[in-house]
Design a protein around this ligand. Structure first.
Ligand code: GTP
Ligand code: MG
Length: 425
C-alpha cells in the first residue's frame, strides 16, 4: 500500500491526457472502448482499477474509495476541482459515445433490413429427428431439460411428432426465428417429412450391431431425400453444414473415441457409390453425459451464429476481471449467446453447466430453496461462478483462484456488464 499518509494532492492535467494526482503515483483517465465508457486508475503506468461507467456518480464513488484505500488525503476544494475536471471530460466522452452508438444503430438497422428482406416474416426452419433407437430420449434431454433417469420412453413413437421452438425472443439480435422439430418413429418416413426441411439429425444406435447395414442404407437414403426435397434458407451461408448424424448410445463402449472413429469410417460410406459422403457431420452422443448438448450447441450455431457485440462485451468482462472465460447461455435451449475468446470448448461448457443447474434446481425444492440465483464451484485450479440473472440467461465465469468477484469493484463491473448486455438481448 502507498505510504506515507496525508499527501496534499492537487490536480494536474498532463499532456498525455491522463490526469495525475501529484504526491501519489496515481493517474486517472476516461476511455471510450467498444462504445463503453471506462474509468481507469493507473499506478506507475499499469492499470490498478477499471470500471465501466454508466453514470458520473459512479466515478465520484470510485474515486473516493481509491483515495481512501490508498491513504491519499485531499482537501474538499481540491477534490471538487478534480471532480469538476473529470465531469467535463466525462461529458465530452459521453458525447462521443452517443455519436458512435448512433452510427452503430444505423448500421444495425440497415443490416436488419437486409437480413429481414431475405427472410419471409414467419419463416420456420424445419429440423428432422429420425433414424434408429434413442430419438425421443434425445428430444427430452435437449429440449425438455430432463435427466437420463427421468426420461419416459415406455411408448414407441408411432407417428410423426411436431414440436415448435420459438426463438423470436432473440429478435433483437436479428436471430429470432421459429424452429420446428419433426420427430419420426423407427420407420422410414414418407416424402412429406423431408419436404422443405433444412436440418437432418439422423440417429444411429451404435450398440445395435445387427442393424448397422440397414442403418447405413437409411442414413444415406435420408441424405438423398434432403438434397432432393429440402430447402436451404437464403440467409444461411452456402457452406453451412445441415446434415448431422448422431452416433448414439456411445456410453456402452469402453474406448469411445476409437470406436467413434471406426463407426464414422463405416457410416460415412454411401453404399450406392462406395465412397464417403463428406457432407455429413458426425457426433458421438449419449444421454448419460453432456455430449448431446455439445452436439446440439454446434448444430444450432450453424443456424444462428452468436452475436459479435455480445462477444465483445464478454471479452471485455474477461479482461477486466482477469478471468479465464466468460459465457452466456440461454437457459431453455442451451444455446450459448456469446462467449469470450477461450481455448476451452464452448459447447462442452454449456452442456456441463446445463446439467449441473438442472440437477441442482431439481433438488432445491426438497430443501425449501427455490429460484437458484448464484452458484460457485471450487476446483483445484480455480472456480466457476454461475449467475442466473433472469428466467432465461445464465452468466458463466470461469476464474483463476486468486480472483475476488465479491470485491465492490468486481461486483460493479459485473452489474455494468449485465446492464449493458440487456441492451443487446
Ligand atoms: N445406453 C443408452 N440407452 C439409451 C440412450 N438413449 C436412449 N436409450 C434407451 O433406448 C431406448 C429407446 O429410446 P427412445 O428414445 O424411446 O427411442 P426412439 O428412437 O424414440 O424409439 P421409437 O419411438 O420407438 O422409434 C430406451 O430404453 C432408452 O432408455 C443412450 O444414450 N444410452
Ligand atoms: Mg420415440
Amino acid at each position: 500500500m502507498f505510504q506515507p499518509k496525508n499527501y496534499l494532492a492537487c490536480w494536474e492535467k498532463e499532456e498525455s491526457d491522463n490526469m495525475k494526482i501529484p504526491g501519489s503515483f496515481f493517474e486517472v483517465l476516461l476511455k471510450l472502448k467498444d462504445e463503453l465508457i471506462e474509468f481507469q486508475v493507473l499506478k506507475q503506468g499499469s492499470i490498478e482499477y477499471r470500471a465501466h461507467i454508466i453514470d458520473f456518480s459512479e466515478i465520484e464513488a470510485d474515486l473516493a474509495d481509491i483515495l481512501e484505500e490508498n491513504d491519499i488525503f485531499l482537501p474538499q476544494n481540491r477534490l471538487d476541482r478534480i471532480l469538476r475536471d473529470l465531469e467535463a471530460e466525462y461529458l465530452e466522452v459521453q458525447q462521443k459515445q452517443r455519436e458512435l452508438q448512433k452510427q452503430h444503430l444505423q448500421k444495425q438497422k440497415s443490416f436488419t433490413q437486409s437480413y429481414q428482406a431475405l427472410r419471409s416474416p414467419n419463416e420456420v426452419v424445419k429440423i428432422l429427428l429420425t433414424g434408429f433407437s434413442g430419438k425421443s430420449s434425445i428430444y427430452q434431454i435437449i429440449f425438455e431439460g430432463k435427466l437420463a433417469n427421468e426420461i419416459q420412453t415406455t411408448l414407441p413413437t408411432r407417428r410423426i411428432e411436431k414440436h415448435i421452438l420459438d426463438f423470436s425472443f432473440l429478435a433483437k439480435q436479428n436471430r429470432g426465428q421459429k424452429l420446428e422439430i419433426w420427430e419420426s418413429g423407427s420407420f422410414f418416413p414418407d416424402d412429406s417429412f423431408f419436404q422443405d426441411a433444412t436440418v437432418l439429425l439422423f440417429v444411429i444406435d451404435s450398440f445395435d450391431v445387427d442393424h448397422y447395414e440397414e442403418m447405413r442404407l437409411d442414413l444415406h437414403k435420408s441424405v438423398k431425400k434432403m438434397n432432393e426435397m429440402g430447402t436451404n434458407p437464403q440467409y444461411l451461408p452456402k457452406n453451412r453444414k445441415t446434415l448431422f448424424c448422431l452416433i448414439h448410445k456411445m456410453d456402452r463402449f469402453q474406448k469411445i473415441l476409437e470406436k467413434f472413429r471406426s463407426l464414422v469410417n463405416y457410416f460415412q460410406i454411401d453404399p450406392s457409390t462406395g465412397k464417403p459422403n463428406r457432407e455429413i457431420v458426425f457426433y458421438p452422443t449419449s444421454i448419460f453425459d453432456s455430449s448431446l448438448y455439445k452436439a446440439w450447441t454446434q448444430i444450432i450455431e450453424t443456424l444462428m451464429p452468436k452475436s459479435s457485440k455480445l462477444d465483445q462485451l464478454s471479452n471485455q468482462l474477461k479482461e477486466d476481471l482477469a478471468l479465464y472465460t466468460v459465457l452466456i447461455i440461454e437457459k431453455r435451449t442451451g444455446l450459448p449467446i456469446c462467449s469470450s475468446k477461450t481455448l476451452l470448448d464452448d459447447a462442452t461448457l454449456v452442456g456441463t453447466t446445463n446439467r449441473i443447474i438442472i440437477t441442482i434446481e431439481k433438488i432445491l425444492p426438497d430443501y425449501k430453496f427455490t429460484n437458484l440465483r448464484e452458484l460457485r464451484i471450487d476446483t483445484a485450479t480455480g472456480f466457476v461462478k454461475v449467475h442466473i440473472f433472469n428466467e432465461y440467461y445464465i452468466l458463466l465465469m470461469i476464474c483463476p483462484p486468486n480472483v475476488n468477484l465479491d470485491a465492490p469493484a468486481a461486483k460493479r463491473i459485473i452489474r455494468n456488464f449485465i446492464a449493458n448486455m440487456k441492451n443487446y438481448i
